[in-house]
Design a protein around this ligand. Structure first.
Ligand SMILES: C[S@@+](CC[C@H](N)C(=O)[O-])C[C@H]1O[C@@H](n2cnc3c(N)ncnc32)[C@H](O)[C@@H]1O
Length: 184
């Protein structure tokens, strides 16, 4: 049985992450993914977004404890990515849904997820990868998944490879969409 997060990391690492790359964690939560990304790019930078103060606090502490100083922590919606990130990015992670152990009523929503992903795609360098983990176990997660499958399947097949990785006999199981921009 695969671990979803390991598969998400596998997609990202398939681009051979270089130490000076610029990456984004669009949903920093408790900071596990931000820490992972920061360690991958010790001479680069990680932009990390979350709307919850608790997430910002938890991530700051995690990075500080790990001695990592290469993240820019942004306490705001990922929908505003283009207001904060003014340089091309090599890749990014979206781990949608709600903060584990936190307030389940605060979760990602279609109306902010879509502009965030569109913004991320517009910043994505050639050869770059965005990986999105989706959780259909709650209603908004189901709708986010449907929206993303529909919209992202319309990306040009000449410029992007869009992959859907999922368990096909368990409709509520989390799944992944990866968007890779071809390096040509
Ligand atoms: C599944 S958790 C992320 C887990 C995280 N990556 C980690 O390593 O712990 C989803 C997070 O998305 C955040 N979120 C919800 N809406 C958001 C938005 N519009 N912009 C940025 N973050 C958002 C939630 O506050 C929550 O912390």
């Amino acid at each position: 049985m695969y671990q979803l997060l390991d598969v998400a990391k596998g997609f990202l690492e398939s681009m051979n992450i270089k130490e000076d790359y610029v990456l984004c964690d669009f949903t920093m939560g408790n900071g596990y993914d931000t820490e992972y990304l920061c360690k991958k790019v010790p001479k680069g930078k990680v932009y990390a977004f979350d709307i919850q103060a608790q997430a910002v606090e938890n991530t700051r502490k995690r990075l500080s404890d790990a001695g990592l100083t290469n993240a820019e922590i942004i306490h705001d919606s990922h929908a505003k990515v283009l207001e904060y990130v003014k340089e091309p990015i090599n890749g990014g992670m979206f781990n949608l849904g709600y903060l584990p152990g936190g307030d389940k009523s605060v979760h990602t929503m279609r109306e902010s997820t879509m502009p965030a992903i569109e913004g991320a795609i517009s910043l994505l360098k050639k050869g770059g990868i965005l990986v999105i983990s989706i959780y259909p176990g709650h209603e908004e997660g189901t709708l986010e998944g449907q929206m993303l499958l529909e919209k992202l399947s319309q990306l040009s097949r000449f410029e992007y490879c869009v992959t859907n990785f999922r368990i096909i006999n368990s409709p509520d199981a989390p799944f992944i969409i990866a968007v890779e921009r071809y390096d040509k």
